[in-house]
Design a protein around this ligand. Structure first.
Ligand code: KIV
Length: 263
């Protein structure tokens, strides 16, 4: 099967096929999620919370993201690799945004994602002009949670809905090829999806979107806590504890290593 590119994503979108994106942050899981046939792997800055144990995504650095993107890229996935631009890597200027995006592409990203609406449209335009595809991210934008008043559902009032629609249009106009909508009222996500001619990829924003994304650690039951809109498909956390407990018991009882494990 051919490598997924922005063109593939657009073709799927035009055919009305749902786009599937999931996060991964290392070589091992990038191989597995790619085998599962996702369209895109998001190397999200959620890395900070689900892998590095930080209290928020704001502690994640560009170096953290570069290391994770390069590990995912070494898996040579068929899925498109989208590298998240961390807090502090694109706010100061267009030049800094382009430099940071270039670092992610050098590490193996095939597109970058950044948070914000009209206020980052200039950054999006500059990165696209540098030849790098950009995915926008609206609604709950965790990097700006202090400004937004916490991790809250967005689009509850008509005024907020209109703001989100204007933001989405500005991102499309600036050249973004897709927009993530996080924790947005489903009806508002539907309106945005209808207004745009690029795909919306939703998380906690209902079914009326062009695709869905979830954090892998939420799907697999590996996250210490998960948002209410995430769905756990498997309790991998429990399976890990059971397997390691069995190993520990076998070591203590002398059952491991068995004869087949040494020479
Ligand atoms: O960092 C991340 O994993 C994300 C998703 C929640 C969309 O931005």
């Amino acid at each position: 099967m051919d490598k997924v590119t922005v063109r593939t994503i657009m073709k799927k979108y035009k055919k009305g096929e749902k786009i599937v994106m999931v996060t991964a942050y290392d070589y091992a899981f990038a191989r597995l999620v790619d085998q599962a046939g996702v369209d895109a792997i998001l190397v999200g800055d959620s890395l900070g919370m689900v892998v590095l144990g930080y209290p928020s995504t704001n502690q994640v650095t560009l170096d953290d993201m570069v290391r994770a993107v390069s590990a995912v890229a070494r898996a040579e996935p068929r899925a498109m690799i989208v590298g998240d631009m961390p807090f502090g890597s694109y706010e100061a200027s267009d030049e800094e945004a382009v430099r940071s995006a270039v670092e992610l592409v050098r590490a193996g990203a095939e597109a970058v994602k950044l948070e914000g609406g009209r206020e980052v449209a200039g950054r999006v335009r500059a990165i696209v002009r540098a030849g790098i595809p950009v995915m926008g991210h609206l609604g709950l934008t965790p990097q700006k949670r202090h400004l937004l008043g916490g991790y809250r559902l967005r689009g509850k009032s008509e005024e907020e809905a209109r703001e989100l629609i204007e933001d989405a249009k500005a991102l499309e106009e600036a050249g973004a090829f897709a927009v993530v909508l996080e924790f947005v009222k489903a009806e508002v996500a539907k309106r945005i999806t209808e207004e745009l001619s690029i795909p919306t990829i939703c998380i906690g924003a209902g079914p009326h979107c062009s695709g869905q994304v979830l954090v892998m650690h939420d799907i697999l039951g590996l996250a210490p806590f998960s948002p209410p809109f995430a769905k756990k498909y498997f309790d991998c956390g429990k399976a890990v504890v059971e397997a390691v407990r069995e190993f520990a018991e076998e070591v203590r009882s002398g059952k491991f290593p068995g004869e087949e494990h040494y020479w």
